[in-house]
Design a protein around this ligand. Structure first.
Ligand code: EZ4
Ligand code: CO
Length: 413
């Protein structure tokens, strides 16, 4: 090892521009800086502590070039494997090391992953509405912004506040917008009734297809709320509307549940935003029970680990659909875009768009043209962190909502 590539400093940066973000910053003896995203929505400080208290001391003096070895050292070395906190922490280290390696090479990161396999990554945006006219406006707005694929979420008659619907009033009285985490000291509560939802959703998709035609790729997120037989029923009911995918139709901790769903519907299935290792996908991929892998780079152990999951999936014609909500920081998004560009089995990239304050903290080089995202040509990830801007936004507790059925029973949110 040349001493110049040894890690000199390890900083864990917490900021809260439009929402909370945890960022890892590694600097080598030569002064090369690498960034990694460690944001775990609603549990941010646990990852910050994991990194500060248990990982930072192990990194100082290590050769920044040894990405695979460092990954294995942190994963196997912890003894306590997997879990969202551990894997987000490892992801942050991994992405920061890739950023450093690419900067030393003088290349945009995607070049180190095999180079570009396409001109850009097809992105989908989040359209939603409390009723059909509002939903149509939202779809038109996204099409005007350049989106060429659209996720569709709507309110459900009889329910007050439902995941994914902007402009609805939440239980705290705040506007929901596109950010589900709310800055409250305890989680807000939403309500749920699966039968009402199942009755309502197919008609919404029928209306959208009638208005926007057969070409536009449409997606929908079930957000883990259905049982396998309910999910099968919805998948079947949505077949006439030719969805690009139905996401998280069941909680999927029980991977075998997807066998039942698969048996009943040809609607393509996407799963995995809450997964954190390849083991969560083992049955789903080997038995071809899904069509898209939803993991984020940030929550799955970084580029090194997600690349391996996607290579495994590729053998079964399963494609990527990397998670890209606002709680993935611009650093995590950039990592996703470099992977999107390089891998062969790219499917689609979620793109929710960060707010102005976030973009001020994280200066970025990505572009969004004709519906395609591109990470840019700057060496590394193409993201720099503005300390002065970040320091003006202090951490604020924020939680994702909790869901309850009408009788008060806690349900998957
Ligand atoms: O609810 O990222 O597909 N996207 C999603 C997201 C998740 C949030 C949770 O932190 O399901 O909006
Ligand atoms: Co989702």
């Amino acid at each position: 090892m040349t001493t110049g590539t040894a890690i000199r400093t390890v900083e864990v940066l917490v900021t809260s521009p439009d929402r909370n973000f945890v960022t890892l910053r590694l600097t080598t003896e030569d002064g090369v800086v690498g960034l990694g995203d460690a944001t775990l929505n609603g549990r941010e400080l646990s990852v910050a502590s994991y990194l500060k208290d248990h990982v930072a001391p192990l990194l100082v003096g290590r050769d920044a070039h040894r990405i695979e070895d460092t990954w294995q050292y942190l994963y196997r070395g912890a003894y306590w494997r997997r879990g969202p906190v551990t894997m987000a922490a490892i992801a942050a280290v991994d992405v920061a090391l890739w950023d450093i390696k690419a900067k030393i090479a003088g290349l945009p990161l995607y070049q180190l992953l095999g180079g570009a396999s396409r001109t850009g990554a097809l992105a989908y945006g989040h359209a939603s509405g409390r009723d059909v006219p509002e939903l149509f406006d939202s779809i038109r707005h996204h099409l005007d912004e350049g989106f060429r694929a659209i996720r569709v979420q709507t309110s459900v008659p009889g329910l007050d506040a439902v995941y994914g619907v902007a402009a609805q009033r939440t239980s705290t009285g705040a506007r929901y917008d596109y950010e589900p985490a709310q800055r409250t000291v305890v989680p807000a509560e939403e309500d749920w009734d699966t039968r009402s939802y199942l009755r309502h959703v197919p008609g919404v998709f029928e209306a959208v297809r009638n208005e926007f035609g057969p070409e536009l790729p449409l997606l929908h997120d079930g957000h883990h709320r259905m049982t396998p037989i309910q999910a099968a029923k919805l998948g079947k009911a949505l077949e006439p509307y030719d969805l690009f995918w139905l996401e998280d139709c069941t909680p999927a901790e029980n991977q075998e549940a997807l066998r039942l769903v698969r048996r009943h519907t040809t609607t393509p299935l996407a799963i995995g935003e809450v997964f954190n290792t390849v083991w969560d996908y083992q049955t789903l991929v080997r038995e071809q029970l899904i069509d898209y892998v939803r993991s984020a780079v940030t929550h799955t152990g970084g580029i090194t680990a997600l690349r391996k999951i996607l290579d495994f999936a590729a053998q079964y014609q399963i494609k990527s659909g990397i998670h890209g909500p606002t709680d993935i920081s611009p650093v995590g998004m950039a990592a996703a875009l470099h992977l999107d560009l390089a891998i062969h089995n790219f499917g689609i990239q979620e793109y929710m768009q960060h707010g102005a304050r976030t973009n001020e903290v994280f200066q970025q080089t990505f572009t969004f043209t004709d519906g395609l995202l591109h990470p840019g040509e700057q060496p590394g990830l193409g993201v720099t962190y503005d300390d002065a801007a970040a320091d003006t936004y202090e951490y604020q507790p924020a939680y994702l909502p909790v869901n309850r059925l009408k009788d008060g029973t806690v349900h998957d949110w």
